[in-house]
Ligand binder design. Structure first.
Ligand code: SAH
Length: 219
C-alpha cells in the first residue's frame, strides 16, 4: 500500500483513551482507506525501574505531580526515529498557541505529526527545553489530559487531508473556510417543521440567487 498522506504518532500515558475515537466514522474510514495512519505509544514503556515511574512531586513544593523528563524525552526521540521524516513535534499544553483553523490548515500540509499528551500538572520544563517542540493549546481552559486535545487536533487536521471528506467542497464551503466567516444556515427534509418552512429561495433552483442568499446569511 502507498504511504498515507498523514501519519500521526500519539505519545500518551493512556493509549486506550483513543479507542472509540479511532474506531468510528470519518477517521476510521480514512484509516481503513490508508489516507491517515495513527500510531499510539505508551510513554510508560520508556520509564525505568520496577515501578516504571513517569511522574514525581514538584521541586519547591506545590500540588500534584509532574511528568519526568527522562521517559518523555526518551519516548519522543525513539518514536521520531522509527520512521522518516521525524515529524513535526507538538506538545499539547494550555500554555501553547491557541489552535485555530489557520493552524489546522498549516498542520494538514505535514506528512507526519508527533503529538505529546501531558497529564497531572504537566511537563518538567526540561522536556520543553530539550525537545524544543511547538506548544499547542486547544483553548483557554484546563483539561485533565492532553488526549482530548490531541483528538481535537487529529480530528480537525485529518478532515483536510485530501480524500478524507467525501465531498472535497465540504472543507471549503464551511465555517472558517477561505471566504472567511461562519457557515450559512442549512436545511434538509422535511420542508416544513413545526410551522417553520425552509426559505423559499433554497427550493428555487436559481443557483446564483442561492449563492447570494448564502453569502448574506453567514453568521
Ligand atoms: N498545570 C498545567 C495544566 C496541566 S493539565 C497548567 O496549569 O498549565 C494536564 C495536561 O493536559 C497538560 O499537560 C496538557 O497536555 C493537557 N491539557 C490541558 N489543557 C489543555 C489545553 N487547553 N490544550 C492542550 N492541552 C491541554
Amino acid at each position: 500500500m502507498s504511504a498515507p498522506s498523514l501519519r500521526v504518532d500519539l505519545l500518551t500515558l493512556f493509549p486506550a483513551s483513543f479507542d472509540g475515537f479511532l474506531s468510528q466514522s470519518l477517521l476510521k474510514r480514512a484509516i481503513d482507506r490508508g489516507l491517515v495512519e495513527v500510531h499510539r505509544w505508551d510513554i510508560r514503556d520508556w520509564a525505568e525501574g520496577k515501578h516504571r515511574q513517569v511522574d514525581d512531586r514538584p521541586f519547591g513544593g506545590g500540588p500534584g505531580m509532574i511528568l519526568m523528563a527522562p521517559p518523555v524525552v526518551d519516548a519522543v526521540v525513539a518514536v521520531r526515529g522509527k520512521s522518516h521524516p521525524p515529524g513535526r513535534l507538538i506538545v499539547l499544553t494550555p500554555q501553547g498557541r491557541r489552535l485555530d483553523q489557520e493552524k489546522v490548515r498549516e498542520l494538514a500540509l505535514e506528512s507526519r505529526l508527533v503529538l505529546v499528551c501531558g497529564r497531572y500538572e504537566g511537563f518538567d520544563e526540561r522536556i520543553i527545553e530539550t525537545l524544543e517542540p511547538e506548544l499547542l493549546s486547544v483553548g483557554d481552559y484546563v483539561l485533565s489530559g492532553g488526549e482530548v486535545a490531541a483528538m481535537v487536533v487529529v480530528d480537525a487536521v485529518s478532515r483536510l487531508v485530501p480524500g478524507v471528506l467525501g465531498d472535497a467542497g465540504s472543507a471549503v464551503d464551511e465555517s472558517f473556510g477561505p471566504d472567511e466567516g461562519l457557515e450559512y444556515p442549512q436545511y434538509t427534509r422535511p420542508r416544513e417543521f413545526r410551522g417553520r418552512a425552509v426559505p423559499e429561495i433554497l427550493l428555487s433552483g436559481d443557483h446564483a440567487a442561492i449563492a447570494r442568499w448564502r453569502r448574506q446569511s453567514r453568521r
